[in-house]
Design a protein around this ligand. Structure first.
Ligand code: SF4
Length: 190
């Protein structure tokens, strides 16, 4: 059997991560439709809530799209694992970039008022606060945008970013180039 030529570029290792977000950014990723087939030629999806069932974030990831803010202790552990094992971390969508919708709870100034409001004051019957250490992750005091926790390499705004905007970021990254986002079609929030 012929040895594999060292000039053949290896496939990129791509991951997507879902933190405190609604999964809408991932739905927009799926809107890439047939381009996903091209993507599969160029990259292996090594971790993603929409593409594989792997539980632990793998090592040596080339590109990771991170949806959502950092809102609880599970998010905090995962984003640190992502940063430690990823070359290019993309802040994927407005919740990752600014905290956006999940960050609205920051107006109540702390995890305790949020839990009291949601589980006691607004309860129909006898309210009860969730408490299951090790099962239900604790809320952080504030929901943080990703860059307030770990360094971010690329910002991809939008709620959600359109499929074409996602492609405008991922395609150059797969070629080893930095994406150039400019103009309202590519950098507008919302
Ligand atoms: S940016 Fe918008 S679509 Fe994406 S997770 Fe947040 S709320 Fe959902």
């Amino acid at each position: 059997m012929e040895p594999v030529s060292p000039t053949i570029p290896r496939k990129q290792r791509l991951a997507t991560v879902w933190l405190a977000g609604c999964s809408g950014c991932h739905m927009s990723f799926l809107d890439l439709d047939e381009w996903l087939l091209e993507l599969a030629q160029q990259a292996d999806i090594v971790y993603s809530p929409v593409a594989c069932d792997r539980k632990d974030y793998p090592a040596a990831v080339d590109i990771c799209l991170v949806e959502g803010g950092v809102g609880n202790t599970d998010n905090l552990v995962l984003i640190q694992q992502v940063r430690a094992n990823t070359t290019v971390l993309v802040s994927f969508g407005d919740c990752a970039v600014t905290a956006n919708i999940p960050g609205m709870r920051n107006m109540l100034e702390g995890a305790d008022p949020v839990l009291r409001r949601a589980y006691l004051e607004l309860a129909d019957g006898s309210g009860q606060r969730p408490h299951a250490p090790g099962i239900v992750p604790e809320l952080l005091e504030r929901v943080l945008p990703v860059h307030e926790v770990v360094p971010v390499d690329v910002y991809l705004p939008g709620c959600p970013p359109s499929a074409s905007r996602i492609r405008a970021v991922v395609e150059p990254l797969l070629r080893g180039e930095w994406p150039e986002l400019s103009g309202p079609d590519l950098i507008r929030f919302g």
